[in-house]
Design a protein around this ligand. Structure first.
Ligand code: SF4
Length: 427
């Protein structure tokens, strides 16, 4: 068992769990489960009463549904959701088909109240598919020798970023495997040059680095950093990520927080060996980290990984996890992830209707995009070079949701200034 707490802005993780690491080659047989039973509850079955009482807690905290209340709590009560216990979260995740509708409607209401109607588009450039890690679920893993590898040059990356900014993206996400070919200085140079030429925010997603390297990137002007915790179960984490630990991940996240990044994390739903309780712990951890962004998407098996024959994550559970995250993290940016949209053709729309307020279209040149295969069949492969911005606008307008024209910084008070500065420099 592991306990998390935040004191004085620092994350403290106390480990009580000292199980020895298992042999990785035995992992599949150890964690494989019968499809449909992977989210079976380990404790007593949660009752409808638990679900109703969890919903009531949020409704009470939300207060009256009147126009005057809108936005007020974003300032006065940034901790809506703090009242949800881990058991409440399990009860919400356990929602049956009827209860789900109540959960989704409540998450949509919280999203609207705290984050507004606009949807932020973040253009992702996947600039390298090299990775030194060997995560068991990922097609980019070091040991996948079937994958052709690529690295984009800094000039190529800058050209794509400029095109994305011209197409209307107000955030550029630079993403790669854990590829140390690019030194912190190289990444800093990219960030500086992108920000010098376009009024955009820059998010980095380049994996685990030292505090010193993160500091160089932050100093260059990087606004945000995404580093998913993937699973809050330390043993499962160790088995899925050979040579890595959840503690190591949390230490990186603590450095990013300290250095003043807007911090993003997130988790995978439907990992083999996961339970509803594990997903509840994911949400509790995201809340303890007080993240500004959280990416929550389903597991999709890749044929060239040790988890090839495991079933994919469940659509309903992925949507419920997203909705519960919205209740627990009212001020976080939550994307309707590409993995979710890959699972079901209408899932992006569904995600936007149960808490999500971000879409992350892929603007990587098509020749490279097909090689950034964390999982197969990504919908990003069917999108045009600019990520399909026109189609996304059409879909959003059918939902009555405008595309944001801001950089979409966190609405937390500490970032409000950054938003104002970004607006000023954009006009
Ligand atoms: S999940 Fe990330 S760190 Fe792990 S192998 Fe894939 S790209 Fe590398």
């Amino acid at each position: 068992m592991r306990r998390y707490s935040v004191r004085d802005g620092t994350l403290y993780a106390t480990a009580f769990y000292l199980a020895p690491p298992k042999q990785v080659h035995r992992l599949h047989s150890m964690i494989s489960t019968v499809p449909g039973e992977r989210h079976e509850r380990r404790g007593p079955r949660m009752t409808e009463h638990n679900f109703a009482s969890a919903v009531k807690k949020i409704q009470d905290a939300l207060g009256p549904d009147c126009p005057e209340a809108r936005g007020v709590r974003a300032v006065t009560s940034p901790v809506l959701g703090a009242e949800l216990t881990e058991d409440d979260i399990v009860a919400l995740l356990d929602a049956g088909p009827q209860e789900q509708q109540t959960l989704f409607a409540l998450a949509d209401k919280v999203r609207k109240r705290f984050m507004g109607n606009a949807v932020h588009l973040r253009g992702i450039i996947e600039f390298s598919n090299y990775c030194v890690r060997d995560c068991l679920y990922c097609g980019l893993r070091r040991d996948n020798r079937k994958l052709a590898r690529y690295r984009m040059s800094i000039d190529e990356i800058l050209k794509v970023a400029a095109k994305a900014a011209a197409a209307g993206y107000r955030t550029i996400v630079l993403q790669s495997g854990d590829d140390f070919h690019y030194r912190a200085d190289d990444i800093a140079r990219m960030v500086e040059r992108i920000k010098r030429t376009a009024a955009v925010a820059v998010t980095l997603s380049v994996g685990e680095r030292s505090r010193k390297e993160y500091a160089v990137m932050r100093q260059a002007g990087a606004d945000r950093f995404l580093l998913k915790h993937e699973t809050a179960d330390p043993d499962l984490y160790r088995r899925l990520h050979p040579g890595m630990t959840l503690d190591g991940r949390l230490e990186c996240l603590a450095h990013l927080r300290d250095l003043g990044f807007q911090v993003g994390s997130g988790n995978i739903v439907g990992l083999p060996g996961q339970t509803v309780r594990t997903i509840a712990k994911d949400v509790v951890l995201l809340r303890a980290l007080d993240v500004e962004m959280a990416g929550i998407g389903p597991f999709i098996p890749h044929p060239d990984t040790p988890l090839a024959s495991c079933p994919p994550g469940d659509l309903a559970m992925s949507l419920k996890a997203l909705a519960v995250a919205r209740l627990a993290l009212p001020l976080a940016h939550l994307p309707a992830t590409t993995a979710l949209a890959t699972l079901h053709p209408d899932a992006r729309r569904m995600g936007l209707s149960c808490g999500a307020n971000v879409i992350m279209p892929n603007v990587t040149p098509l020749e490279f995009r097909r090689l950034y295969e964390i999982y197969p069949g990504s919908i990003a492969l069917r999108a045009p070079e600019d990520g399909g911005i026109a189609e996304i606008r059409t879909m959003l307008s059918s939902l009555g949701r405008p595309v944001s024209d801001t950089c979409g910084h966190s609405p937390k008070p500490e970032w409000a200034r950054a938003t104002r500065v970004a607006h000023t420099s954009a006009h």
